[in-house]
Design a protein around this ligand. Structure first.
Ligand code: CU
Length: 67
């Protein structure tokens, strides 16, 4: 299992976190997604076939690019 916390500056509220959680949870291999609107953080736990690059790409596609 891998885990990473992404800093996503465009997060402005809990609705942003909810839509990010919905999309990232849909990636095969993702086991958990947690978000903190105050800190603008998204923490993801995953295993194969998900990858860090895939998650980062999905955030970018959603217009919530990670730093
Ligand atoms: Cu929002």
């Amino acid at each position: 299992m891998e885990k990473h916390t992404f800093i996503v500056p465009r997060i402005s509220c809990r609705h942003c976190v909810a839509s990010i959680k919905d999309e990232i949870s849909g990636i095969k291999g993702v086991r958990d997604v947690a978000g903190d609107p105050g800190k603008k953080e998204i923490t993801v736990e995953w295993e194969a076939p998900a990858t860090l690059e895939r998650i980062r790409m999905m955030l970018k596609e959603m217009n919530y690019p990670a730093e």
